[in-house]
Design a protein. Structure first.
Lengths: 262, 472
């Protein structure tokens, strides 16, 4: 790809730049499309190069100019992150918004105890996030600006019988983002934690049980996330009614919660 | 090849002079050629780009490199040799015009070409090949460079003069810092016999009168500059005030030793003896709206109707932009941009009448207009024509960006049709198509060929370069 094809920012035509990590499908792909619609130039980062290239080609064809650039990358190759970030920020001419969306869920049965599955989830959902968030936070800390968005989950609000490691990865991400917010707010950086409920993505499609409610598609999720970004929210449930539900669920006493089957 | 990353603590938001654009870059301030060499190597290894930055006084994106490296050369600011007998000076690129004139004036010399501010660096001045209020007579600053040395991204250090490496001489000067970095500059100063100039100020009632007055004054004056009331319409369109100045002859100044002292030249720090100038821009800000500027300009024009003959120091006459410190901040949060066009003398009046009318019709009048007389020069990316220039400052507001952009593209069309040119230190919206049209295919090809020769890995790139030349 030729970076020079990107339109240059001018005093009369500002350009905002975003990175979406985990952009190849689901919420990430929808967010990439949404941000491009909103005028951002987006670096689309994900492991699956073919999906990324197709997504970027589609977006750029829609807008008649380069608004999305594909950067194939595996988030568990932690050491390669700083150099990749440096290159992307140079190609984009800066960075205003960083979104970490990558997430996997290996479904485990109630009587299944599988370290390999757990490790894979934590490596992708949590360590991959930390590998990206650290250098991004360092950049934003020094330029005293920027917006970090982490796509966590309602799943991080409690430890349920069905998804111990997935819950853990999202709970840890939520906590990490909170710390980051407390560190960076004083530097003029916004940190937003997004907690989506059920979204029709690959994760849900592979779920053994299909007892979903308040189900939204990735585009609806992207709209909700964009609203939270625009409002510079600290934490946002998507859709919003999950906020109320999780308030109740978070307060269910353990002696009851451990008898529930979800 | 392993890639390494630059330290995040070097990331700094840098702005253009008008505070209308900013970009974060890894900022380096080298003091030696070896350090620049190292940074070139690092950039090449890691696929990063470098932009050279002097004092950051360009109105556009010339010294910005979002996400890349910015080499600020201001700490390379030694005067290496000075010969008060011949007026030859050798200096590093970070030496400002302020340091330069203060060094040479007590010995009876003055820089032959200066910009409207003295805070610019020699490196920046040569990269953009600046002109002054005497462009029609003395040409651009590059015409007074006897020799320079430059470090190329290839690692080679070259010495250039009009007769030696002439192709590089005429392209690195004017080359926007895209071909190499100056490491030393030798220039010829101009002999003066006083620290004062004989100044004549007189009004012009409309654009035709203004351009005629400049054309007639220029041949018999050392400096000529016009202020244009860009808010006035109707029969007063293009009205304003001219300032012409002449050097004093030998013997005309009874005490040249005194007037050539730096202290004698220095601009006062207070207005009317009491009012600190450093805070004036706060008081200007409320007037920076269309009716406010109309009021100020009208008052200024009425005051200019009284003709004046007086003596003024070089610094006071030349460095008008420094008279009110940080005046550009009065333009508010979104800053300002400048649109400067250089139009042949035959077509200037018609083209600028159209420009000024258009700006009034669309409700986006310029707040400041300045006119000058020019002559063509031999440098590769030249902005000059045998004609005039009109610089128009515009306030940027969040709501007006899109329509102002459309207006400036209309301006480009009018100026191009009139055979005009543009200046890469000023206009921020020049498109590749516009640049190609005024520079011509041959010039662009020559520039690209030189770029491939001096910088085969495209290490030197600025936001300006990418915007205009990226797709050419």
């Amino acid at each position: 790809m030729s970076v020079s094809k990107l339109f240059a920012a001018t005093p009369l035509h500002h350009r905002r730049a975003a990175i979406v990590v985990g952009a190849s499908s689901g919420i990430g792909a929808a967010l990439t499309r949404k941000l491009a619609n909103e005028g951002y130039t987006v670096a689309a980062v994900a492991r699956r190069a073919d999906l990324l290239e197709a997504l970027c080609a589609e977006i750029n064809a829609t807008h008649g100019e380069t608004r999305a650039i594909a950067y194939p990358h595996d988030v568990t190759r932690y050491d390669s992150v700083p150099a990749a970030l440096q290159k992307i920020v140079q190609d984009l001419g800066g960075l205003d918004l960083f979104i970490y969306n990558t997430g996997i869920q290996h479904h485990v049965k109630v009587d299944e105890f599988d370290f390999e599955k757990d490790r894979a989830m934590l490596e992708t959902n949590l360590l991959g996030a930390l590998a990206w968030l650290n250098p991004v936070a360092a950049m934003f800390h020094h330029i005293r600006a920027g917006h970090i968005v982490g796509i966590s989950s309602v799943a991080g609000d409690r430890g349920r019988v069905g998804a111990p490691a997935y819950n853990t990865s999202k709970a840890a991400l939520t906590t990490y983002l909170e710390s980051l917010r407390n560190r960076l707010t004083r530097r003029g950086v916004t940190v937003t934690t997004i907690k989506p409920g059920f979204v029709e993505t690959d994760i849900l499609r592979s779920a053994p049980k299909k007892n979903f409610f308040w189900l939204i598609n990735p585009n609806q999720a992207a709209e909700g996330i964009w609203k939270a970004i625009k409002a510079r929210k600290q934490t946002a449930y998507v859709p919003a009614q999950w906020g109320l539900l999780m308030l109740i669920i978070r307060h269910i006493p353990s002696f009851i919660f451990r008898r529930l089957s979800f | 090849m392993t890639t390494s990353t630059l330290p995040y603590e070097r990331l700094t938001y840098l702005e253009n002079f008008g505070h209308s654009l900013r970009a974060a870059s890894y900022l380096y301030k080298p003091t030696t050629t070896e350090q620049i060499s190292e940074i070139f190597k690092f950039a090449k290894q890691n696929g990063l780009t470098i932009t050279l930055r002097g004092a950051g006084r360009s109105y556009n994106d010339a010294a910005l490199n979002g996400g890349g490296i910015v080499l600020d050369i201001q700490d390379m600011n030694r005067i290496l040799e000075w010969n008060p007998e011949t007026g030859l000076i050798k200096a590093e690129p970070g030496v400002t015009l302020q340091k330069l004139w203060q060094h040479v004036l007590p010995d009876g010399w003055w820089p032959p070409v200066v910009s409207g501010t003295m805070y610019t660096t020699l490196g920046g001045c040569l990269g953009m090949n600046i002109h002054g209020k005497n462009n029609y007579k003395m040409g651009t600053i590059g015409e007074h460079v006897v020799e320079f040395t430059a470090l190329l991204p290839t690692g080679a250090e070259v010495t250039c003069s009009p007769n030696h490496n002439g192709d590089l001489f005429y392209s690195i000067i004017s080359g926007m810092g895209m071909l190499g970095v100056f490491t030393s500059i030798t220039m010829q100063m101009k002999k003066v016999h006083s620290g004062l100039l004989n100044v004549h100020a007189f009004p012009a009632r409309n654009l035709r009168e203004q351009l005629n007055a400049i054309a007639e004054s220029a041949p018999v004056n050392d400096y000529t500059v016009g202020w244009l009331d860009s808010t006035a319409g109707g029969s007063g369109l293009g009205r304003g005030q001219l300032h012409t100045a002449k050097y004093l002859h030998e013997g005309e100044d009874p005490d040249p030793k005194k007037t050539m002292q730096v202290n004698y030249q220095t601009l006062p720090a207070t207005l009317f003896g009491v009012f600190p100038k450093s805070i004036i821009h706060f008081f200007m800000a409320p007037f920076m709206i269309n009716p406010g500027v109309w009021l100020v300009n009208t008052a200024k024009y009425v005051a200019s109707l009284r003709e004046g003959h007086y003596k003024q120091s070089h610094a006071a006459f030349h460095f008008l932009l420094d008279y009110v410190p940080n005046w550009e901040k009065a333009y508010g949060r979104d800053g300002l941009i400048q649109y400067q066009s250089f139009v042949p003398k035959e077509t200037a009046e018609a083209a600028w009448t159209e420009l000024l009318r258009l700006s009034h019709k669309r409700g986006m009048p310029s707040y400041l207009g300045v006119t000058k007389r020019h002559r063509p020069d031999k440098f590769l990316l030249s902005h000059a024509v045998d004609g005039f220039s009109l610089a128009l400052d515009f306030k940027v507001t969040n709501g007006s960006r899109a329509k102002m952009r459309v207006m400036l593209h209309d301006f480009d069309r009018i100026v191009l049709e009139a055979g005009g040119r543009f200046y890469f230190a000023k206009n921020s919206e020049t498109t590749p198509e516009t640049a190609l049209r005024f520079l011509g295919q041959e010039t662009v090809e020559r520039f690209k060929a030189l770029k491939r020769r001096t910088d085969p890995h495209n290490i030197l790139e600025s936001d300006l370069f990418r915007r205009v030349f990226g797709s050419l």
